[in-house]
Design a protein around this ligand. Structure first.
Ligand code: SAH
Length: 399
């Protein structure tokens, strides 16, 4: 077993359960660990602090435990069981109206580097670290143990997330079970076709579930613009909430095609009535907004992809949020509402609010914040790793 010895004083954050060790905190490495190996972590006084996955890069160790549990039997099974128990209590709450959720949310579930989304019997896994990539089989076996006969397949979609520098042999595919390319899930009773093989991320953005319910409650009789619609999460909820009209905009053709299928599915299920209009536009969201008329929409949803993936693109990202929100605030009808989000981890809530504030000031309109939004219970934030709060939203009332 390789050992990582920390520099003096660098054990403090670990004692507060922070899940990362940066390479600069390491005094010495013993045993020549390879990418993704489990290593023991030792303080400068020789005290055992825990164990984690080793990786070359600025985050050198991602902690798996602060005791010896990773070396004992049933580690994965115990972790997945605890995660599922929390989802059953806090997300599913005994209803059958939702059958898709995030089972493992990386650091938020004390498993840094691992994402697992569950779509009614299909677990879709993304490894963001070499260690999690190497653990795929053990994780898949534990999923089978935990779910039993309700699990139909485990799909690994790590090729776009695992660190390519680690020289891993990456290729997406089923680790276990039937090859089911697509499936229809239920989210609060609304129907969505999920394509985990061809879709973005694991196939769906489960993190907006609660925020979609809020949009629904604001939709009755409204003319709605859903920007960055992807497969129509907000559009479907808005129509189901009684919107008069919903225009959805996304630059991805496959997303728009799936969105139209989702509208049809929910019409067939009578969640959307014949008189309600839906239009989709496969185009650039900001251009669409610039060309739209003021007062054309009563409710505008702005949910762009992460504009800043790294700290060096932070300033550009803030300017992009400002431009986008300026257009949305300028265009919404008087007494209208804008739901605006940032899912960039490096943009904190304060900076995002400031960007929206600058946009509002430039528009010259009176704007009030009537809601502050975040991510749902199946995307938990470890209290020891506040950086995990990546989804930030504001609800704006515009006079
Ligand atoms: N609101 C969605 C998730 C949005 S993800 C939901 O609830 O499911 C971001 C989306 O923005 C992706 O679908 C991506 O295709 C789209 N996108 C990225 N750049 C864009 C652009 N410039 N104009 C329009 N859509 C864009």
């Amino acid at each position: 077993m390789s050992k990582i010895y920390l520099k003096r004083g660098r054990e403090d954050s670990l004692k507060r359960f922070h899940p990362w060790i940066f390479s600069g905190a390491i005094h010495e490495t013993e045993g020549n660990p390879q990418e993704g190996d489990v290593c023991e972590v030792i303080s400068s006084d020789g005290e055992y602090l825990g164990a984690g996955h080793f990786q070359r890069g600025s985050i050198a160790v991602r902690m798996l435990c602060f005791d010896h549990s990773v070396f004992e039997g049933n580690f994965w099974k115990n972790k997945l069981t605890a995660a599922l128990k929390m989802r059953e209590k806090e997300v599913l709450k005994g209803t059958s109206e939702t059958n898709a959720y995030r089972l493992i949310h990386g650091e938020g579930d004390m498993l840094p580097g691992l994402i697992i989304d569950y779509y009614d019997g299909v677990a879709v896994m993304q490894a963001h670290s070499a260690g999690m990539f190497h653990s795929r089989e053990s994780i898949s076996n534990a999923l089978r143990d935990v779910y039993g006969s309700s699990l139909r397949a485990v799909y690994d979609k790590s090729s776009s997330t695992a660190p390519f520098k680690a020289g891993l042999n990456l290729g997406d595919g089923y680790i276990w079970g039937e090859s089911l390319a697509k499936s229809i899930i239920k989210e609060n009773g609304h129907l969505f076709m999920i394509d985990w093989e061809g879709g973005q991320k694991t196939g769906f953005f489960l993190d907006q579930r609660v925020n979609r319910m809020l949009v629904k409650s604001h939709s009755e009789g409204k003319r709605v613009l859903n920007l960055f619609s992807y497969t129509g999460g907000f559009s479907i909820y808005s129509l189901a909430g009684g919107a008069q009209l919903v225009d959805s905009v996304d630059s991805s053709k496959p997303a728009i095609e799936m969105l139209e299928k989702n509208v049809a599915l929910n019409r067939e299920a009578s969640l959307i009535s014949a008189g309600q209009v839906h239009n989709s536009f496969c185009t650039d969201a900001i251009e669409f907004l610039r060309q739209s008329q003021r007062d054309q929409y009563d409710l505008i949803i702005v949910d762009p992809p992460a504009f800043a993936k790294h700290r060096d693109s932070l300033q550009n990202a803030l300017r992009a949020y400002q431009r986008l929100n300026f257009e949305a605030i300028s265009k919404v009808s008087p007494g209208g509402v804008v739901f605006t989000y940032s899912c960039s981890q490096v943009v904190d809530r304060k900076s995002f609010t400031e960007a929206v504030f600058s946009a509002a000031a430039r528009s010259g309109r009176e704007v009030r914040i009537i809601g502050r939004l975040s991510q749902p219970a199946d995307h938990p934030v470890s209290i020891y790793h506040p950086e995990g709060e990546y989804l930030k939203g504001l609800v704006l009332y515009v006079e």
